[in-house]
Design a protein around this ligand. Structure first.
Ligand code: PGA
Length: 253
């Protein structure tokens, strides 16, 4: 059984200036108006680092939660030019951080670094949105499940941390491409992941697993009947309030 709360998480990537907060104002307004369903889901938005402080203040008492898109793998302060630690992020009032996104893995982030990031983020009481996913050639060679298992085992170290980690399954080949897995495939992978995690960590806790990769108002219709999915990590479609709201609308239609 999936946890009852669904997550709609937006990842703005390299997008947004101070005035872009209007997008979030619209989404927040929709949330309040959506009395029929708004107890069933949570909205989290990840703007770039430059907007974290401003937005976490602006939306402090709203229903939009703010997430960072990444963090450094060392804590507190240090001689790391251009880097920001989980401690510094937490001090802004931010509650979530995305770690292990494939775009960061591609620019050199290893499982080892990701493990450190997750460890320190959890230590600073951030909730981690931990991204995993196979690439096209791994999928073609039917290695998907082995890849996902390895990514999890290299990073998640104990069952207690599972409560503060939300896993985002994002097949790399589906990010920003308009290609999505078939409903069967996605359901099979999510169910297998849940079963594997529970067994491996000897946990009764039902891990939260989101899907990410070309989620929009159309693809969400296809996925909404997959009970194992606890929500979505949304890139491109999170940059417009209309597109983001349409995803929620279609999910509950
Ligand atoms: P996309 O991005 O929705 O634009 O495919 C998803 C992501 O990278 O998290």
């Amino acid at each position: 059984m999936a946890s009852s709360i669904k997550y709609f998480i937006g990842n703005w990537k390299m997008f947004g200036i101070p005035s872009s907060y209007k997008i979030l104002v619209n989404i927040n307004r929709y949330f309040y108006r959506d009395k029929k369903n708004n107890k069933k889901y949570k909205i989290i938005m990840a703007p770039p680092l430059t907007l974290l402080q401003d937005y976490s203040k602006k939306f402090k008492s709203s229903k939009i939660y703010i997430s960072a898109q990444n963090c450094y793998h060392k804590d507190n302060f240090g001689s790391h030019t251009g880097q920001v630690s989980p401690f510094m992020i937490k001090k802004l009032g931010v509650k979530y951080v995305i770690i292990g996104h494939s775009e960061n893995r591609e620019s050199g982030e290893t499982n080892e670094i990701i493990k450190e990031k997750v460890k320190i983020a959890l230590k600073n009481n951030l909730i981690v949105i931990f991204c995993i996913g196979e690439n096209k050639s791994e999928k073609r060679k039917k290695k998907t499940f082995g890849v996902l298992k390895r990514q999890i085992l290299k990073v998640i170290k104990n069952k207690l941390s599972l409560r503060n980690i939300i896993i985002a399954y994002e097949p790399i080949w589906s990010i920003g491409t308009g290609m999505v897995p078939s409903k069967n495939e996605l359901q099979k992978n999510t169910a297998m992941l849940k079963k594997f995690i529970k067994r491996k960590f000897r946990s009764n806790y039902n891990p939260r697993i989101l899907y990410g990769g070309s989620v929009d108002k159309n693809s969400v219709k296809e996925f909404k009947s997959i009970n194992e999915i606890d929500g979505f990590l949304i890139g491109g479609a999170s940059k417009s309030s209309k597109n983001f709201i349409d995803i929620i609308k279609n999910f509950y239609k």
